[in-house]
Design a protein around this ligand. Structure first.
Ligand SMILES: Nc1ncnc2c1ncn2[C@@H]1O[C@H](COP(=O)(O)OP(=O)(O)OP(=O)(O)O)[C@@H](O)[C@H]1O
Ligand SMILES: [Mg+2]
Length: 379
């Protein structure tokens, strides 16, 4: 006989004899059993002992079985309630089932009917629990993923900000020089000869430099904005221009040459611009990290000739990934980098974002030769 000792059944019936017989039978099967002679004390037991299953008679003085059923379900919707009735009363049966009774059995209750009914109640109880656990698991996973996405973005942002500071510094010192020059000239008196013309040129230079700074800053701001994903047509040329312009300065600092071949008239894809940008930037950063002494990054954008996929390839001439590491690189927090250099969130973020876009990410790598990551997006 299977072990039922984890199951607690509460039986409520106003007839003492029936209660005793049921109790004995159920205990015999190995269940934990409590009993009550009326609805009110039954509910009290229910509150105290939280049984998984309640078997209640319908016709009882005071609280009837339907009322007990309703109260038990209010106490905990997870408790399965089997309702027993002496006659098959259609109206009561319907009422009971509407109130989510697990089953309805008629008296006198045969052993087999009882076992069958309890078996079904247990099944329902277990399935419901499983479903609840699964829902909780999904909720937690969604929360974890959102958390990882945000964390990764903040990391990328930190690295971008550091390089952007350099990039803004140059035009700023240019602007400062022109302004100093102009005020020195002004101090010498009214403008003569071709100086007004020169001033005009200086001011134009100042203007373009300021525009460049503000462009850099607004790109960075757009990337950092904590926005909920919103899907819209994404133009790959615009996406790539943005990614390349955000990483350009860092590439120069590390002596890396970036070339890009984006097929003309590529169709746009449905996606979240900001998230896709995060993917490409993560891949570019990884490629840069794999080439500490400089190298080449080549970015390709094309349409797969067989499937309606848009493929973005980021290829580098870096260290490559060993066969040992390859199966793990998409795991969150998997990193081969020194502490402080990598957290291991980049690729797991790329993976998550690609999944949300019904796309995929693939990798080809050879140790010592280089690595290519492919982002595939449905058109
Ligand atoms: N282009 C690449 N060349 C060589 N190895 C790579 C490349 N891209 C990823 N890897 C390997 O995959 C690992 C995981 O990459 P991932 O981007 O997830 O994390 P990370 O770069 O280490 O840290 P983070 O991106 O959070 O700063 C890296 O530590 C590295 O070993
Ligand atoms: Mg990375």
């Amino acid at each position: 006989m299977s072990d039922h000792s984890d199951w607690h059944i509460l039986v409520i019936d106003d007839e003492k004899d029936i209660l005793d017989v049921m109790s004995l039978t159920l205990k015999d099967y190995g269940y934990q059993v409590s009993t009550a002679l009326d609805g009110v004390s039954g509910l009290e037991q229910c509150r105290k002992k939280l049984p998984q299953i309640v078997i209640t008679d319908i016709r009882m003085p005071g609280m009837n079985g339907i009322q007990v059923l309703e109260a038990v379900k209010k106490l905990s919707a997870n408790i399965e309630v089997i309702v027993c009735t002496a006659f098959a009363e259609m109206e009561l049966a319907i009422q009971a089932l509407q109130l989510d009774a697990s089953d309805l059995i008629t008296k006198p209750i045969g052993d087999q009917a009882l076992q069958l009914s309890i078996g079904r109640a247990k099944q329902r109880y277990i399935s419901r629990k499983k479903l609840q656990d699964y829902a909780k698991f999904l909720e937690k996973q969604a929360a974890d993923q959102a958390q990882i996405l945000h964390q990764d973005k903040m990391m990328s942002l930190g690295r971008l900000a550091a390089s952007v500071v350099h990039e803004i510094n140059n035009p700023l010192s240019g602007i400062l020089n022109y302004i100093r020059l102009m005020s020195r000239i002004l101090q010498k008196g009214p403008l003569k000869g071709d100086t007004p013309e020169k001033f005009k040129q200086y001011l134009e230079l100042v203007e373009t430099e300021i525009e460049r700074c503000s462009q850099i800053v607004s790109n960075l701001l757009a990337f950092s904005r904590k926005s909920s994903p919103s899907f819209a047509p994404v133009h790959i040329h615009k996406l790539m221009d943005r990614c390349i312009s955000l990483s350009r300065h860092k590439l120069e600092l590390q002596n890396i040459n970036l070339t890009s071949h984006i097929q003309q008239d590529l169709p746009s894809v449905e996606g979240d611009f900001n998230q896709l940008q995060q993917c490409v930037i993560n891949l570019i950063f990884n490629a840069m990290d794999a080439m500490p002494n400089g190298g080449e990054i080549n970015i390709n954008g094309s349409v797969d000739s067989e499937k309606p996929w848009l493929v973005i390839a980021v290829e580098d001439t870096g260290t490559g990934i060993s066969e040992e590491d390859l199966p793990d690189i998409f795991e969150p927090f998997y990193t081969t980098k020194k502490e402080g250099y990598g957290v291991g969130l980049g690729l797991s973020t790329v993976y998550g974002i690609m999944e949300q876009h019904n796309g995929s990410v693939e990798v080809q790598s050879r140790s010592g030769v280089g690595t290519t990551f492919l982002l595939k997006l449905p058109i």
